[in-house]
Design a binder for this molecule. Sequence first.
Ligand SMILES: NC(=O)c1ccc[n+]([C@@H]2O[C@H](COP(=O)([O-])OP(=O)(O)OC[C@H]3O[C@@H](n4cnc5c(N)ncnc54)[C@H](O)[C@@H]3O)[C@@H](O)[C@H]2O)c1
Length: 253
Amino acid sequence: MDLAGRTVLITGAARGLGAAMARALAARGADLALVDLDVDAIEPVRKTCAELGVAARAYAANVSVEDEVVDLYERVVEDFERLDASIANAGILRDALLVKAKEGRPLEKMPLADWQAVIDVNLTGVFLCGREAAAQMIRLGNGGCILNISSLSREGNVGQSNYSAAKAGVGALTVVWAKELAKHSIRVNAIAPGFVATEMVATMPSDILEKIAAGIPAGRLGEPEEIAHAAIFLLENDYMNGRVLEIDGGLRI
Ligand SMILES: NC(=O)c1ccc[n+]([C@@H]2O[C@H](COP(=O)([O-])OP(=O)(O)OC[C@H]3O[C@@H](n4cnc5c(N)ncnc54)[C@H](O)[C@@H]3O)[C@@H](O)[C@H]2O)c1
């Protein structure tokens, strides 16, 4: 796909990986529908992208709420009159051990609310965005690309029952959709980043973060721009389909 003049929707675009992908796509001439919980938070990213000469609009939507997602995709197609790519990037963390115990005594359990919140945003949100993107792309008849953001944690990371399960699910959805949607000329891929220096990772305790960085063969966290670079590759390369691309500096969980 040649990105110049194409319309790309990105969720979680106000900061971190979403903002980095927005800037990289604007530099390639793509028009952008930037989605996050709060329109004001998107404004600095929208402005930076618009200054690169593309059309960039901000939309408020919670990706875990069906009506909001349906309405979002309808509004974007109305505003841009096309939809060429959709990036399901919005995600949250609610880390906790399944059961925290001391001296053989269970002390704390992962709250069901923390399980559900992460499944709602990181898995159901990706499902809803992918479903609505596919429906609009099929209706418009120009094909397109869906890009999901999974995580290296999909392999199973300590303290992340909820997050690992959601991100493994995202990997599975990517394969299912690539098979189902190829006949409509829609490609579906995912990125599974390792640890990348964004606000999300900055919420982790610094001693744990130092330990993680020391264990990465590259010797450092990834930069958001390095993930954005991979997103551009997956959107541009017409023979990439149904794959989860790991970008992790060599880290294995
Ligand atoms: N940073 C990393 O190391 C890393 C590693 C692997 C995967 N990821 C994944 O990459 C994606 C982006 O991560 P990030 O590090 O940029 O996170 P971040 O916390 O910096 O940014 C996430 C953005 O998503 C938005 N968001 C959260 N819930 C939302 C909802 N329900 N609806 C709409 N928007 C919502 C937030 O407001 C925020 O702007 C996430 O899916 C995350 O799981 C990140």
